[in-house]
Design a protein around this ligand. Structure first.
Ligand SMILES: [Zn+2]
Length: 479
């Protein structure tokens, strides 16, 4: 869908900045906030007998589609799910008689003297009003025609009529510039709110942009990812290609092959044959070619590795070629997590599901977990489809030499495994690598906007290779 390919920027890790409201988003009847003292179960159906598929911490905004018999039907990670209505405070949507676009911030209609504007799908609001409503310091610089906003360490600067915006000093490209209309200075609402960690929903019927600030400044509330249910034992394929058979013997029909490094879940094992699930059916592999865990890599064993799958939730990252960056890099991070965990490393995922996390939260998670290294995974996008290749960034601010070595160790293997153009290891002034004090790198696997790179990123095999490059690069680094 070409018209949805609206992200064209090289520093794609801030791509959320320019995503406009998606008119296809389901319309909610109301918005609510989780109020339970413990995490609230998200279920597949409207009763406690349905399986819990996720848990939402107190304060999480929810998008309510329907309410019946004490259960809210909600929009959850792009699907429909249910939560008990007893633990959600709903914010009713006041009727919008005027039909004009409006913004609702933490349940209150944004009061402004000037109109809220919808310009080609982007909501623009007077900078002063949104700053005040979200408790963010805003300032107008008349000489340079700039709007400055700051909250804690987070700084944003808009230049009037310029698409480029500066976030913590990094220049990025916005879709719609800040501008002055009839003497009022406007900024793009979604960009502004999300940069400061707020969630934004668009309600089409009432033409309302809902802004909820989940992470209040100074609040230490973090979503706690649910522990995955233990099912079988994870194992790594050590053969160059391992045959999968329909029965536990070498003469049984071959169902297919598993490349080296593939993670399988062993459901049971007997007489040297491990039972796994292969392409949705029962399959058997020789357990001699499986590493069933344990500290296979002494260098990695006991190391704390933070894997940061960029973007997430309302921020899809780059959108191109029918793919969302947030999904494909999450898959790579999960694959790397499995490889590293099997080798005895302690892996911390900044997000273990499809949620929005501010850049500052990602840094905080890394600092709090006393990580040995931090790895942020991204894929690139650019307006020119010819741009292609793999590049790896590090920052010289903290742990400069180690960060550079880590970048080189991973990058070399990544390029070799993906067979992409080598764009090199570079210094980059990106928030997550600049603000983390441990050795840290930001990977740009390839360009989603380039047909050759995209074709690779689309396949499981190449995403597995990307994960292997992270794994082997770390083995090299910790040698
Ligand atoms: Zn990105």
């Amino acid at each position: 869908m070409r018209n949805r390919i609206i992200v064209v920027l090289a520093a794609c890790f801030l791509a959320f900045a320019i995503i406009g409201f998606n008119p296809n988003e389901a319309s909610a009847i109301s918005v609510g906030t989780v109020t339970s003292s413990t995490d609230l179960n998200v279920r597949e159906g409207p009763s406690t007998s349905f399986r819990s598929i996720d848990r939402l911490p107190s304060g999480t905004p929810v998008h309510i589609l329907e309410t019946a018999n004490g259960w809210h039907k909600i929009q959850h990670s792009g699907n429909v799910a249910y939560v008990s209505a007893s633990y959600v405070r709903t914010i009713p949507i006041p009727a919008n008689g005027s039909g004009n676009t409006r913004a609702i911030v933490n349940g209150n209609v944004l009061q402004t003297d000037a109109r809220v504007i919808n310009d080609r799908g982007t909501t623009l609001v007077p900078y002063r009003a949104i700053g005040d409503a979200l408790g963010i310091n805003v300032r107008w610089d008349q000489a340079n025609r700039e709007v400055h906003a700051q909250d804690g360490n987070k700084r944003v600067m808009f230049q009037i009529d310029q698409k480029k915006v500066f976030v913590d000093g990094n220049e990025i490209q916005g879709a719609v510039p800040a501008d002055i209309r009839q003497g009022v200075t406007y900024v793009p609402l979604r960009f502004f709110a999300q940069t400061f960690g707020a969630d934004v929903y668009w309600h089409q019927t009432s033409r309302s942009a809902y802004v909820s600030r989940l992470f209040v400044p100074g609040s230490e509330v973090l979503p706690t990812p649910p522990a995955p249910a233990p099912i079988g034992t994870e194992a790594v394929v050590t053969a160059s290609s391992l045959n999968v058979r329909s029965a536990p013997n070498a003469s049984a029909p071959r169902l297919g092959g598993l490349p080296n490094g593939t993670i399988v879940i062993v459901e049971s094992e007997s007489n040297g044959w491990a039972q796994i699930t292969f392409q949705g059916q029962k399959g058997y592999v020789s357990s001699s070619f499986l590493n069933m865990g344990g500290p296979a890599s002494p260098g990695l064993s006991g190391k704390t590795i933070v894997l940061d799958a960029g973007h997430g939730g309302t921020d899809p990252g780059a959108v191109a070629g029918g793919m969302n960056e947030k999904d494909l890099i999450f898959d790579v991070a999960k694959r790397a997590e499995r490889l590293l965990t099997a080798a005895g490393a302690n892996v911390v995922m900044t997000r273990d599901r499809d949620i929005f996390l501010s850049l500052a939260e990602r840094v905080r998670i890394a600092e709090r977990s006393n990580a040995d290294v931090f790895i942020s995974v991204h894929a690139n996008a650019f307006s020119n489809p010819a741009a292609n290749g793999t590049e790896t960034f590090y920052s010289t601010r903290y742990s400069s030499q180690s960060s550079k070595k880590l970048a080189e160790d991973i990058h070399r293997i990544m390029v070799a495994k993906l067979q992409t153009t080598d764009r090199g290891v570079k210094e980059g002034n990106y928030h997550v690598i600049r603000e983390t004090t441990m050795p840290s790198v930001l990977l740009e696997l390839g360009f989603m906007t380039n047909s050759s790179d995209a074709q690779k990123l689309r396949t499981d095999a190449y995403r597995q290779r990307s994960a292997e490059a992270i794994f082997e690069g770390l083995q090299q680094y910790f040698k």
